[in-house]
Design a protein around this ligand. Structure first.
Ligand code: G3P
Length: 231
């Protein structure tokens, strides 16, 4: 499983790169704005700097939503560096643009994926990566990692070459779960990546110890009424 860092913060990109485990970077306009990078010239320069730090795929996102505009913007981004992957939203014109970029030798990362159907369309259009947003799916009450597993299985059955890039990672356990279900790539902020260094117990061990904890919680203690212990 490849590790990308999901940030526009140069110090964090350098720190992850220095660890020796970094395979690429993803960014988006909000992450750029968070670092105070605004305006086309500054954004292009920032992508150039990121490409000079990390030797791997660097996703650069278009903000346009109409086919012609996405193509024009994507061409400019792709011209920054050979490692740029144009990040295109999962919308109708986005799918058409991904197909155009594929036919013209420009790699793409299809972002804002929330379903297996969208992932199939992205693969058919030839995207290099599909980015399902697992944290946001969790936020809506579903299991984001289950979608990763479903797409990984569909791609394997169909022989699609598009790689499943789990995005919107919120914690270290997301990274482990993505590895378990066969995600090809995760893109994560620095903190969940560093969290892997100190996360000592897998969640299954916590669950296994639960009956013991419940036993001690519910065990009658001298001088305390049993009722007061029942929650
Ligand atoms: O990779 C997508 C990411 O930047 C969005 O993450 O945490 O805002 O859902 P989040």
């Amino acid at each position: 499983m490849k590790f990308f860092i999901d940030t526009a913060n140069l110090d964090q990109i350098r720190e992850a790169n220095d660890l020796g485990i970094l395979d690429g970077v993803t960014t988006n306009p909000s992450l750029m704005a968070k670092e105070g990078i605004t305006g086309e010239a500054a954004i292009m320069k920032h992508y150039e700097t990121i490409c000079s730090i990390v030797n791997g795929d660097i996703s650069a996102e278009v903000v346009s939503v109409k086919f012609d505009d996405i193509i024009a913007e994507g061409k400019k981004l792709a011209a920054i560096h050979p490692n740029i992957v144009v990040k295109v939203p999962m919308i109708k014109d986005g799918v058409k643009a991904i197909k155009w970029f594929t036919d013209n030798g420009i790699p793409t990362n299809c972002t804002l994926c929330f379903s297996a159907g969208q992932a199939i369309l992205a693969a058919k259009a030839g995207a290099r990566y599909i980015s399902p947003f697992i944290g946001r799916i969790d936020d809506s009450g579903w299991e984001g990692v289950q979608l990763i597993e479903q797409i990984v299985n569909i791609y394997a059955i169909q022989g699609y070459e598009t790689q499943v890039l789990a995005a919107s990672i919120r914690n270290s356990n997301h990274i482990i779960q993505c590895a378990e279900v066969g995600a090809h790539v995760i893109t994560s902020p620095l903190e969940p990546i560093l969290g892997l260094l100190t996360m000592v117990l897998p969640p299954t061990v916590h669950c296994a110890s639960l009956p013991d904890k419940l036993y001690w919680l519910l065990k009658p203690v001298p001088n305390i009424s049993h009722h007061s212990l029942v929650v």
